[in-house]
Design a protein around this ligand. Structure first.
Ligand code: DX5
Ligand code: ZN
Length: 219
């Protein structure tokens, strides 16, 4: 399906040859590169930060889709903008000032996204949807790659699709966690337009390009 955008998560890449992995993903048709920033507080794990975004900026030609799994993300928005992020997504649960953070991301000239965890009511999107470019529905609990897709995400996705149609059809719905060719198809059918995938792209059964092709499925 050529209309589906795929954002490989470099969390699952081989960090000893990160540049090469980005080039492989782009050659295979990756639309964005997804960068998972974890602070060991909002989520239990620590992953990567500004210096990795800077390094990716030097090799990537597609947009860097930066997913901030950090508390008080507003403290770092400018730094990630300077480091070369194109999209900045903050978590609804990570700040009492999601609205302000989204305005700030736009002022910095980037595309703002809001993410919600599997246990967070979709109502969090409502007051913010008009200002968003990306609505990120987590399909696992954030913190680690390689987890299983949570099936209860599908009815939530259908509901979010309705909300987006009503309030801001221009906003893209992105799903993240446990996306493989099978769950990708279910998510696209339920209204997702952007698929984040780590393990199934970089640790999948075939080459990065073939794994990406499998995720895209048929039109
Ligand atoms: C989870 C991250 C995801 C993760 C996806 O906290 O936000 O982006 O890298 O990895 P897979 O595709 O392996 O579930
Ligand atoms: Zn992510």
């Amino acid at each position: 399906n050529p209309r589906v955008r795929i954002a490989p998560s470099i969390l699952a890449a081989d960090f000893a040859r990160l540049g090469e992995q980005v080039r492989e993903a782009e050659a295979g048709g990756a639309d964005w590169i997804h960068v998972d920033v974890m602070d060991g507080r909002f989520v239990p794990n620590i992953s990567m930060g500004l210096v990795v975004v800077e390094a990716l900026r030097r090799v990537a030609t597609v947009p860097l889709d930066v997913h901030l799994m950090i508390v008080e993300p507003e403290r770092y928005l400018e730094d990630f903008a300077k480091a070369g992020a194109d999209h900045l997504t903050v978590h609804a649960e990570a700040t009492p000032h999601a609205h302000r953070a989204i305005q700030r991301i736009r002022e910095l000239g980037l595309k703002p996204g809001l993410a919600v965890n599997p246990g967070t009511p979709l109502g969090f999107f409502k007051p913010l949807l008009a200002d968003l470019e990306i609505a990120l529905l987590m399909t696992v609990n954030p913190g680690f790659g390689g987890q299983s897709f949570i099936p209860a995400s599908l009815p939530r996705l259908r509901l979010l699709r309705q909300m987006v149609e009503e309030m801001n059809p221009h906003c893209l719905i992105e799903v993240d966690g446990g996306i493989n060719p099978e769950t990708a198809r279910l998510c696209v059918d339920a209204g997702a337009q952007v698929l984040v995938a780590g393990s199934s792209v970089f640790n999948g059964r075939a080459s990065v390009a073939e794994n990406l092709q499998a995720l895209r499925g048929r039109p």
